[in-house]
Design a protein around this ligand. Structure first.
Ligand code: GTP
Ligand code: ZN
Length: 201
């Protein structure tokens, strides 16, 4: 996904927000809304900072002195904050990312950063899941990669079909996670256990 070439000015972006406020039936010049376009665009800087990030770059630094550790590395319950590309509303959930290292491991925070770099864009969940798995696979060249995302789509909970409580689960299994049912089972059974960190420690 490449960002568009002709980036609008901040002023143009704020004007677009004023137009949407008018579309909703509001007066964008009333006191409470006067700074809203500016706030919205500032929020966009945060929500969509993924376009300015290179997920491949995040995985460049690896460590090889791991004493032949070749078991699964799994980072679970990584919060996912994304936006639906169809309705431009939040997708909120968690991602679980596992890989079987081949000699080299990456700093674990980098797995969460890769999730963020792709999540902070307009997405559909299937593509988000695949992009995370494919990038880890291509850069670390591990024996296998597994990514599971479970998320709630506000386009389904607060509008349209109105189904609060519904979540979407997507997965991408590559390498041994795809070909070896024991590896896949081990991964899924770990995910079925209660998380140590469920209290947010
Ligand atoms: N597969 C997939 N579908 C998604 C995702 N996010 C939103 N959608 C769906 O995208 C579809 C867009 O359908 P449309 O019929 O074009 O749009 P709509 O009239 O707003 O659809 P409703 O949501 O049913 O009201 C909807 O069914 C959404 O639920 C996603 O991440 N993956
Ligand atoms: Zn949507």
């Amino acid at each position: 996904m490449t960002p568009i070439d002709s980036h609008p000015t901040r002023q143009e972006a704020e004007e677009a927000v004023r137009t949407l406020l008018r579309w909703a039936g509001e007066d964008p010049d009333r006191e409470g809304l006067r700074d809203t376009p500016q706030r919205v665009i500032k929020s966009y800087d945060e929500f969509f900072c993924g376009y300015a990030e290179d997920p491949v770059d995040l995985l460049r630094r690896t460590f090889s002195e791991v004493d032949d550790y070749d078991e699964m590395v799994l980072l679970r319950d990584i919060r996912v904050e994304s936006h639906c590309e169809h309705h431009m509303v939040p997708i909120i959930g968690v991602a679980h990312v596992a890989y079987l290292p081949r000699k080299r491991v990456v700093g674990i925070s980098k797995l969460a950063r890769v999730v963020d770099a792709y999540a902070r864009r307009f997405q559909i969940q299937e593509r988000l899941t695949a992009q995370i798995a494919n990038t880890i696979n291509e850069e670390l060249q591990p024996y296998g990669v597994a990514v599971v995302i479970e998320a709630s789509h506000q386009c389904m909970t607060t509008r349209g079909v109105h189904r609060p409580g519904v979540s979407m689960v997507t997965s991408r299994m590559l390498g041994t996670f795809r070909t070896n049912s024991d590896t896949r089972r081990e991964f899924l059974s770990i995910l079925n256990r209660p998380a140590m960190n469920s209290s947010g420690i």
